[in-house]
Design a protein around this ligand. Structure first.
Ligand code: ZN
Length: 279
C-alpha cells in the first residue's frame, strides 16, 4: 500500500495512492498517528478506499508524507564509492547526525538556497519510516519495526557541514529534507536491499547505485540507533547516499537558482525539487 499526505481544502490529510488516484484515508490525524494506530486503522482504510472515487493524482498537491516526525536521523559514509570520493576510510562505527524536523519538505516543493550559502548539494537516499517503536531492536527483528520506505534528498550546505566537526547544522536548513512522494509500506517492498537509486540534476545523471551496496544495511542501522534511544512511530532514517555528490566533482558543482534535482528509487517513485534563493 502507498500512503501519502496531501493538501485538502481543510488542511493536510492522509491518503491512499492507487492506480494514479488519491483516496482520502478517512483518518483524522497526521501520518504519525495513523502509523501508531496501524493494526486497527488498516481495515478502515481499505474500506474508505473501496467506497470513494478518489482524486486524480495530478490534481492533488502532495506534501511530505510525514509532516512532523519525532526524529530524523541520517547516516554518513555508508556507500563505498561515496566514502572514496570523500577521501575517508570505511568507518568502524556507524556515523550518525540529525536533521532538524523543521527541515522536512514536500516531494515536489521548492528547496531554498539559503541567503548565506553558496555550497548547496544533493544526496539521494532511501528513507526508512519507523512503525512499531522500540528499544534494543536486534537487526534480525528490525524489519518488524519498519513501517515503510520513501525517497529522500539529504540536502546539505557543505560549508556549514565541514567547518565544524559536527555536521548537523549543515544538514538542517529549512526545506532541506524533501521526502516522498509517498510511503510504500514495507510489505510491498520485496527486498529493501536490492533497490536501484538514482539522482539527476537538470536531467543529467549524477548518482546511480543500488541499496545492496550499503555498508551498514537498514536493519543494522535500526539496531544501532535503538541501542541509544527509543525509536517511535514516524521517526525517519536517511540510510546514506552513494557516490556522485556535487562537492566531489572536478570542478565542484553546487546547486544554483533554477536547478531541478530528481531522486528516484525503483518501486518507490521519485521526488523532484526546484532550487531557489531564500526570499
Ligand atoms: Zn546523507
Amino acid at each position: 500500500m502507498k500512503l501519502c499526505t496531501y493538501q485538502s481544502p481543510k488542511g493536510p490529510r492522509v491518503g491512499v495512492v492507487e492506480d494514479g488516484r488519491v483516496f482520502d484515508a478517512g483518518f483524522d490525524g497526521p501520518m504519525t498517528d495513523l502509523i501508531r494506530d496501524w493494526p486497527n486503522a488498516r481495515a478502515a482504510l481499505e474500506k474508505a478506499v473501496s467506497q470513494s472515487d478518489g482524486l486524480r493524482l495530478e490534481d492533488v498537491q502532495l506534501l511530505a508524507p510525514v509532516l512532523r516526525p519525532g526524529k530524523i536521523f541520517a547516516i554518513g559514509l555508508n556507500y563505498a564509492d561515496h566514502i572514496a570520493e570523500s577521501k575517508l576510510g570505511t568507518p568502524e562505527h556507524q556515523v550518525w547526525f540529525t536533521k532538524a524536523v523543521t527541515s522536512i519538505n514536500g516531494p515536489y516543493s521548492p528547496v531554498q538556497i539559503p541567503k548565506i550559502s553558496h555550497f548547496v548539494d544533493y544526496e539521494a537516499e532511501l528513507v526508512a519510516v519507523i512503525g512499531k517503536g522500540g528499544r534494543h531492536v536486534p537487526a534480525e527483528r528490525a524489519a518488524e519495526h519498519i513501517f515503510g520506505y520513501c525517497v529522500g534528498n539529504d540536502v546539505t550546505e557543505r560549508l556549514w557541514q565541514h567547518r565544524t566537526p559536527q555536521w548537523s547544522l549543515g544538514k538542517s536548513f529549512d526545506t532541506h529534507a524533501p521526502i516522498g512522494p509517498w510511503i510504500t509500506t514495507a510489505d510491498a517492498v520485496t527486498d529493501v536491499h536490492n533497490l536501484d537509486l538514482r539522482c539527476s540534476v537538470n536531467g543529467e545523471l549524477r548518482q546511480s547505485s543500488n541499496t545492496r551496496h550499503l555498508v551498514f544495511n537498514v536493519f543494522q542501522q535500526v539496531e544501532h540507533l535503538s541501542q541509544a534511544m527509543t525509536l517511535e512511530p514516524g521517526d525517519l532514517i536517511f540510510t546514506g547516499t552513494p557516490g556522485g555528490i556535487g562537492a566531489a566533482m572536478d570542478p565542484r558543482q553546487f546547486l544554483k537558482e533554477g536547478d531541478v534535482v530528481r531522486c528516484e528509487i525503483s518501486g518507490l517513485g521519485y521526488i523532484e525539487n526546484r532550487f531557489q534563493k531564500e526570499a
